[in-house]
Design a protein around this ligand. Structure first.
Ligand SMILES: Cc1cc2nc3c(=O)[nH]c(=O)nc-3n(C[C@H](O)[C@H](O)[C@H](O)COP(=O)(O)OP(=O)(O)OC[C@H]3O[C@@H](n4cnc5c(N)ncnc54)[C@H](O)[C@@H]3O)c2cc1C
Length: 381
């Protein structure tokens, strides 16, 4: 019997397991797939506390420390390079100045960059787009298609009290004399003192009635990746005007509420598009993203296909921002994540032994390590 059984090997489940192991607990983590293949591996890998509001900023800041710690012990693909938000008009400039003031107040390193500074650091930005930048030098990125597997490998190698079981699906989970019993798809009964359920957007296997009534919605994001472009230098996380108009940290800025929507951005905003870039180690560039929504139990309605019109809108906006060939594409895909209409994460504690932690939204790669640390500290106080 384990002290903790974690359901789900995405970033949220993995970091819950990691922090429990650090406390000396015995942990079993089960993952239904051959390896995690959901939101945790389909994203940009941008670790951007600067985009987060409230406690999620603090979790993100703390997560940076955990990413550095893990990188020192194993190459989990953490790369420095910072984050820049490029303002393309006067309204966006006003907002980034206001966020700079907020971040200065928190002692979080931030620099204003002139258009010339930005063009010198990122020569493929177009001068016609780039009016000014707000740069966060301490932020990092990870390679999403590798990071979680490296962290899991590190945990297997480092913690003798860790058992990782891929291809193991939890089909039932209930309080029992031992604490909690989890029944797997193979009919095994696993017991633990507590269970943390980090099921991501999977709502049909465990507690379907709870999730049906939960107010969770699922977001579908369209993503693209170019072929390797060794001649393009695009270090760090590159976020642009539409992100300034979207991310939660900017909502804390006094001028945010009064932002207008210029005509050329109207259709982009209807599809929830904001254009971000992240250059990978092989010099390919990840470009995205868009957002479509459906209820937790209607997520299948979001479909498996990608809308070429939505990709075209993103590519046209990307062409306004950068001068390299954004149409030199190698891959396109969809990622899905759950979020809640009113809550910043869904936390359900059943019978004091089953702890559901899901619907972290678009914040997981940035904040999960710090959030899970606090979550585990509360569960094992
Ligand atoms: C396209 C895209 C871009 C993004 N970009 C960023 C970014 O740049 N920065 C950032 O901070 N965040 C980003 N995010 C958000 C981030 O990826 C998510 O917040 C995070 O990955 C969610 O992690 P999770 O562990 O909750 O869910 P998941 O990654 O979905 O993991 C849940 C896991 O649980 C397993 N599971 C579910 N049910 C069971 C069961 N019954 N038994 C066993 N296993 C089960 C699943 O197989 C899955 O592996 C992005 C998301 C997407 C989709």
């Amino acid at each position: 019997m384990a002290d903790l059984l974690v359901v789900g090997g995405g970033v949220l489940g993995t970091f819950h397991a990691f922090h429990a192991l650090r406390r000396g607990l015995s942990v079993t983590l089960i993952e239904k797939d051959q390896y995690p293949i959901q939101a945790t591996v389909r994203n940009f890998g941008q670790v951007v506390p600067s985009g987060m509001a409230g406690r999620w900023f603090d979790y993100g800041w703390r997560s940076l420390e955990w990413y550095r710690f893990l990188q020192e012990h194993a190459d989990i693909t953490v790369r420095p390079g910072g984050t820049v938000y490029i303002a393309s008009d006067a309204e966006e400039q006003q907002i980034i100045h206001e966020l700079k003031g907020i971040m200065d107040g928190r002692g979080y390193p931030a620099l204003m960059l002139t258009s010339a500074d930005c063009l010198e650091r990122w020569p493929s930005l177009r001068s016609s787009y780039c009016r000014e930048g707000l740069y966060f030098p301490d932020e990092v990125s990870v390679a999403p298609e590798r990071m979680i597997y490296r962290v899991l490998d590190y945990m297997v190698e480092t913690f003798p009290r860790f058992t990782y079981r891929p291809l193991t699906t939890a089909v039932d989970c209930y309080p029992s004399a031992e604490g909690v019993t989890v029944v797997t798809n193979a009919g095994e009964r696993l017991t633990a003192a507590k269970a943390v359920v980090c099921n991501g957007g999977e709502f049909k296997l465990l507690f379907p009635q709870l999730f049906a009534a939960s107010g969770i919605v699922v977001s579908k994001l369209q993503m693209m990746r170019t072929r390797p472009m060794p001649d393009v230098a695009l270090r760090g996380n590159i976020l642009t005007g539409l992100t300034i108009r979207r991310y939660e940290s900017f909502e804390e800025c006094p001028s945010f509420a009064g932002l207008s929507v210029p005509e050329h951005l109207r259709e982009l905003k209807e599809w929830g598009i904001h254009v971000l870039f992240k250059q990978a180690d092989d010099h390919s560039i990840i470009i995205g993203d868009s957002h479509e929504y459906a209820g937790a139990m209607e997520a299948d309605d979001l479909g498996f296909s990608l809308k070429t019109h939505v990709n075209e809108l993103m590519l046209r906006e990307a062409e306004r921002i950068v001068s390299f060939d954004v149409r030199n594409l190698d891959r396109v895909w969809a990622g899905y994540y759950p979020q809640h209409k009113e809550r910043d994460i869904v936390e359900e504690d059943l019978s004091g032994v089953i702890h559901i932690r899901t619907a972290i939204g678009g914040k997981g790669m940035t904040s999960a390590a710090g959030y899970a640390e606090e979550s585990i500290a509360k569960l094992f106080a």
